[in-house]
Design a binder for this molecule. Structure first.
Ligand SMILES: [Zn+2]
Length: 880
């Protein structure tokens, strides 16, 4: 799964500029704990009365029965938002004989339960309470027996209490979208989200990642719909009542949380990989962009199959885009679900795209789907690997330089998140299952794998993970089993590595000083571990050190394993640069080094990695002055091959821009017009706007609208609108037809400051066309604008906010709609007060003999709208 925050692969500096749906991710990380009770105890062990404190330990679930096969015959009822189903489930006792079968079935109506006996259905007694279906079997079954139960049920996801978490906004398993078709902007769809334990809302099963089953789904829908599920579509048969039954079969066993269905009027674009179907399901108006969006998938399948020496094992590979999805994306086996942020037009796509999510979900088909974490405590075996898959794909496709930018960002996401909580990677203690879906399991998990790879070498690393996949395929594993595969291959004990990185929380910080002793011709590297030892362990950190002598570089390996250590090397001359952690692989929170300016300059010019140059520019830009050697590097960095370094230089260009304007202006103009990266272009425009007179560049800015890049357009418009109202008004006409959320958001902001502009229709469209964070912001701007409008418009606006708040799948959007209605109501209260005050005034004046006309009509209108808003607010609050 891609969680809502982890998909955000932009630096904190560029973050503010991505208005797209991705930013919803940061927004939605606000915790909303599940209200669902914890995992039901299938063993039926009641907890002792008066137990002292609750132990939050969550190990793997006890297996009483093993799932073997699940056959579902299901049919949605759109009107009631229900699903009718018959589930035939084959199981066997795991080891001990049993006559007591317990299944998870959440919020269902169970109509009947039967046992299959020699082709006949034998009705049996059952008890259904607390979301558990307890079936009394006709006898004790042994581990060599198979039992088949047939359950008729109705699934009612919309009657469940609302749960959810930061990673997965809802947990009702089955989602009817625009079921009655009343929203003309929204397709009618049905889709599921199983992870972690929500599939039991729509079919009885055993919610445990350690279970595995083969599967058949007969899905009956109106003939206008397309369906998607796991495995292959074997038949599609028209029924006499005009409906159609699609038969999907998954012959290789999968964990129950990976089961899915999706129903909708999708366009389907087909491709293939080594004779297997690869397909993309999306909205029809994006059909023409399907290959632009998903087209690298077969090449990714090739790359991962070869890199892992395990071919993509499953029957086919489909990806589907659904509306109002509740997470970032989900790796349902052979049928990945994405949110609509994936649907971009070419202009949007060029600014920023979601290829990382595609590689992430595909890599899960080895790590997560082929080998599954045996408990949620081990979820980094799914998510740390899938996140590292994103790095591996970039490294292969675009080179290490590109991948290292991504790695650096992963590291910063983890470090930022760890300020709040910094649990161990393997966590047996947590409050809610979804708590483990965080920057620790994902980003830290990926960086720790990267460190391990650098420690033992590429050959050993990839051989080990390949062996791990082969040893545990179609089964589960926990992290010790991964460790053992690494140890087998490289012949070394790695327990210390797994102990400090997987079982302990924290990260090291280093203070490094390098001194040359001329008398002894020796170089002393002193390293101190400066992390807070109350929260972090003392680390053992093997690392490479590069010593640069003119054209020659010497690499040595050192092992730091105490709090303070000196490493002494004898050389004939003083190195020009000592580059500690030369592979830049250590996951460090802080690092301080006593490097001189000449060392940093040398590092920028000669060290090979992206991080080498990044660190150098960062260090040199701290206090540089014009015409200094440092400023020469900032100038060079403006033209660095890597856009992230060009952005870093732009962020630090002020001193040069102000004091060497004639030299820097043409560079900024060139970057603004020609850079291949939209963010670099936009930041160059921002620098021109910030450091030079607007008059000098106003023509230049005007010419940037329209631009191919939405992001550049939006940035330039923001600059213009803060300086020249008339020009902004003229240009806004050019921008308004754009449907990009980035552009709509800056227009919405501009108009909110000018309530005299008639922009109701614009806002109506902008709220509808946007989603996530953009929508959240647009709602705020709309409300600000509405506050200054007449009663009739406020009423119409409040209808839009109410209907959005009722429809949305996002608690945050709904809460924002409520907050906006409250803001409008407060505005009305102010107006009422002010009229009443002026009435009093006028009555007083009347005594002086003046004539008055009290605007009773206004007052009545305001008070009645205020009451309407009150009831709308209550409606939304009830929904929350
Ligand atoms: Zn994932």
């Amino acid at each position: 799964m891609v969680i809502l925050n982890s998909a955000n692969k932009v630096s904190s500096q560029t973050m503010k500029i991505i208005f797209s749906a991705l930013l919803v991710l940061v927004l939605f990380i606000v915790s909303c704990k599940s209200t669902e009770p914890g995992k039901p105890n299938l063993q039926n062990n009641p907890s002792p009365k008066n137990a002292p404190a609750i132990d939050l330990y969550h190990g793997s679930y006890t297996k009483t029965f093993d799932l073997i096969h699940t056959k579902l015959e299901i049919k949605p009822n759109w009107q009631n938002k229900e699903l009718y189903g018959q589930a035939s489930i084959q199981l066997k006792p795991h080891f001990y004989s049993s006559d007591d079968l317990v299944l998870n079935a959440r919020g269902m109506e169970i109509h009947s339960v039967a046992l299959e006996k020699d082709g006949l259905e034998m009705q049996t007694t059952f008890r259904y309470e607390n979301n558990l279906l307890r079936i009394k079997l006709d006898k004790f079954y042994s581990k060599d027996d198979t039992v088949e139960v047939i359950i008729n049920y109705t699934s009612r996801p919309d009657l469940l209490p609302e749960g959810g978490s930061a990673a997965i906004r809802k947990d009702k398993g089955l989602y009817f979208i625009n079921a009655d078709g009343s929203d003309p902007d929204l397709p009618t769809q049905l889709w599921t989200q199983g992870e972690t334990e929500s599939n039991s809302v729509w079919f009885p099963t055993i919610e445990d990642p350690g279970q595995r089953m083969t599967q058949e789904i007969y899905l009956t829908v109106d003939s206008g719909f397309k369906t998607l599920s796991n495995g292959l579509l074997l038949t599609s048969i028209a029924n006499p009542d005009g409906s159609r039954t699609d038969y999907w079969k998954q012959t290789l066993p999968l964990a129950p949380y990976l089961t899915m269905i999706a129903v909708g009027d999708f366009a389907i674009v087909r491709d293939e990989w080594r004779g297997k179907e690869v397909s993309y399901y999306l909205d029809k108006n994006y059909e023409k962009y399907a290959n632009m969006i998903f087209g690298l998938t077969p090449e990714m399948m090739d790359f991962f199959s070869e890199k892992l020496d395990v071919d993509f094992p499953w029957e086919k590979y489909s990806q589907v885009v659904v509306h109002h999805f509740v997470s970032g994306a989900m790796e349902n086996n052979t049928a990945v679900v994405h949110g609509t942020n994936m649907q971009q037009d070419p202009r949007d796509f060029k600014d920023y795209n979601y290829e990382d999510i595609i590689s992430h979900e595909l890599f899960h088909h080895w790590f997560g789907n082929l080998v599954t974490c045996e408990s949620w405590a081990n979820v980094t075996l799914n998510e740390g690997f899938a996140s590292y898959g994103e790095y591996l794909w970039r490294e292969y496709k675009y080179g290490r330089e590109n991948a290292d930018v991504f790695g650096q960002l992963d590291q910063s996401i983890y470090l930022k998140a760890s300020k709040k909580t910094d649990a161990p990677l393997i966590r047996f203690r947590y409050e809610e299952r979804e708590d483990v879906y965080d920057a620790i399991s994902y980003q830290k998990g990926a960086r720790v794998l990267h460190m391990l790879r650098k420690l033992i070498g590429d050959d050993a690393f990839f051989t080990s993970i390949s062996n791990y996949l082969k040893a545990y395929k179609f089964s589960t594993a926990e992290f010790h089993q991964l460790r053992i595969e690494f140890e087998k291959v490289c012949g070394q004990d790695l327990n210390w590595f797994f102990d400090q990185w997987y079982l302990k929380s924290g990260k090291p910080s280093l203070d490094i000083s390098t001194n040359w002793d001329m008398g002894q011709n020796s170089l002393i590297i002193s390293i101190k571990q400066i992390q807070d030892l109350k929260k972090n362990p003392v680390y053992r950190l093997p690392m490479d050190v590069d010593f640069y002598f003119g054209s020659k570089t010497v690499r040595k390996t050192i092992v730091l394993d105490s709090l303070k250590q000196d490493f002494i090397f004898n050389f004939e001359e003083e190195p020009k640069l000592v580059n500690v952690d030369a592979e830049k692989s250590l996951l460090l929170e802080k690092k301080s080094e006593n490097k001189k300016t000449t060392n940093w300059i040398f590092q920028y010019q000669h060290a090979p990695l992206y991080q080498d140059r990044y660190e150098a520019v960062e260090a040199l830009s701290k206090t540089y002055k014009v015409k200094s050697p440092e400023s020469e590097i900032i100038l060079q960095a403006l033209n660095d091959k890597n856009p992230s370094i060009r952005l870093l230089a732009l962020r630090n260009v002020k001193e040069l821009a102000l004091n060497a304007a004639e030299q820097v202006k043409p560079i900024l103009v060139h970057l603004a017009q020609n850079d291949s990266d939209s963010f670099v272009r936009a930041m160059a425009y921002e620098a021109l706007g910030e450091y030079y007179s607007f008059k000098e560049f106003s023509d230049f800015f005007s010419k940037a609208i329209p631009d191919y890049s939405y992001y550049v357009e939006a940035t330039v418009f923001e600059i213009i609108s803060s300086k020249d109202y008339e020009l902004a008004i003229t240009l806004s006409d050019t921008l308004e037809p754009d449907s990009s959320a980035t552009v709509l958001s800056v227009l919405a902001s501009f108009y909110s400051e000018h309530p005299d502009l008639e922009k109701f229709d614009f806002y109506k469209r902008a709220v509808r066309k946007s989603s996530g964070w953009s929508q959240y912001r647009i709602i705020n701007y709309f409300t600000t604008w509405l506050k200054s409008q007449k009663v009739a418009l406020i009423r119409e606006g409040s209808e839009i906010l109410l209907s959005l708040g009722l429809k949305t799948n996002s608690k945050h959007i709904r809460n924002n709609c409520t907050a906006s209605l409250i803001r409008l109501q407060n505005e009305l209260t102010e107006r009422i007060k002010s009229i009443k005050k002026s009435q009093t005034q006028k009555i007083i004046n009347k005594a002086d003999g003046e004539s008055v006309s009290i605007d009773e009509v206004d007052l009545i209108q305001l008070e009645s709208l205020s009451k309407e808003l009150e009831s709308k607010i209550k409606l939304l609050e009830k929904k929350t």
